[in-house]
Design a protein around this ligand. Structure first.
Ligand code: GDP
Length: 295
């Protein structure tokens, strides 16, 4: 992942450096700061985090069995895990069935693609999945989702030409439940660009009232970087049953900024999208994610 990959380079440089320990720590901290800031992590978060690492690395003794450098890496691991969501392990298995997931997101964020990915993911777990095309806003969303449903082996409901997302969502959920779906995923209308959070959340509420989803999922494009904070915060406040998927982690240097901004709101990231293909989605586990970043 661009941006965040520099962290791995900072660690491998650290392990090769020689000289006084304090210099080594300072150089590593500088590299780490550069990497995180280039990944669009909020500057204040970066400075607080690196300050804590530096202080502990210089003032405390490593626990027995760890060299000072290994300990520095461990301190960094702990801080990065906190930055990206802490001990949290997402539960992706629905607690009961039928289970209705409603997807919301700004247009172009990868919402429809992600519906297809989730459908495939849950098919892979053995669930019967149905998807509803209630994005009446973007031309082409109906066809796109129909094809994705085919590829995922999911049932499909849509009303081509209709401009009534609430009605489609309601009828779709009902019909797919009747057809035996364990999980119904509803693709809703997106909105243009940033600054339309209000419209997005209003629409979300209207549809949510009609279909009473068990979970609402907000899709955020990683390229939004730390700007994701406001949207995630408002979403989190509006939707207690909500979770977040950050898409396009493969395509931008700003993924670190998006993940840390969402984590800072207290909202939960369940999955990340790592490519255009239907299989390119993974469960987001902060600890595993950070372990990979450190190499
Ligand atoms: P929607 O308007 O939010 O429904 O957006 P789409 O699902 O149509 O996706 C917009 C574009 O983003 C498409 O070209 C997708 O292939 C692309 N896309 C979606 N998710 C990912 C991802 O995780 N990585 C990459 N590289 N592209 C993605």
């Amino acid at each position: 992942m661009p941006g965040l990959d520099d962290i791995r380079r900072a660690v491998s440089k650290l392990l090769k450096r020689s000289g006084p320990y304090e210099n080594i720590v300072n150089e590593f901290i500088r590299d780490l700061q550069r990497a995180l800031i280039s990944a669009d992590v909020n500057v204040r978060l970066v400075f607080n985090l690196t300050k804590r690492i530096r202080e502990r690395a210089l003032k405390e003794q490593p626990p027995p069995g760890l060299s000072r450098r290994e300990w520095l890496v461990k301190l960094t691991y702990d801080e990065l895990v906190k930055l990206f969501g802490g001990e949290y392990e997402p539960e992706v298995k629905p607690p009961y069935t039928p289970y209705v997931i409603m997807m919301v997101g700004v247009q172009g964020s990868g919402k429809t693609t992600t519906v297809g990915k989730l459908a495939k993911f849950y098919r892979g777990m053995g669930y019967r999945v149905g998807v509803v095309a209630a994005d009446t806003y973007r031309p082409g969303a109906y066809e796109q989702l129909k094809q994705l449903a085919d590829r995922a082996g999911a049932m499909f409901y849509g009303e081509p030409g209709s401009k009534d997302p609430v009605g489609i969502a309601r009828r779709g959920v009902e019909e797919l439940k009747q057809r035996g779906a364990d999980i119904v995923i509803v693709d809703t209308a997106g909105r243009h660009g940033y600054g339309e959070e209000e419209a997005l959340l209003d629409e979300m509420k209207r549809i949510a009232e009609a279909i009473k989803p068990d979970e609402v999922v907000l899709v955020i494009d990683a390229a939004m970087g730390q700007k994701s904070y406001d949207l995630a915060k408002r979403f989190h406040e509006a939707t207690p049953v909500g979770s977040i998927i950050v898409t396009k982690m493969d395509g931008t240097a700003k993924g670190g900024g998006a993940l840390s901004a969402v984590a800072a709101t207290g909202a939960r990231i369940k999955f990340i999208g790592t490519g255009e293909d239907i299989d390119e989605i993974e469960v987001f586990r902060p600890k595993r994610f950070v372990a990979r970043l450190l190499g």
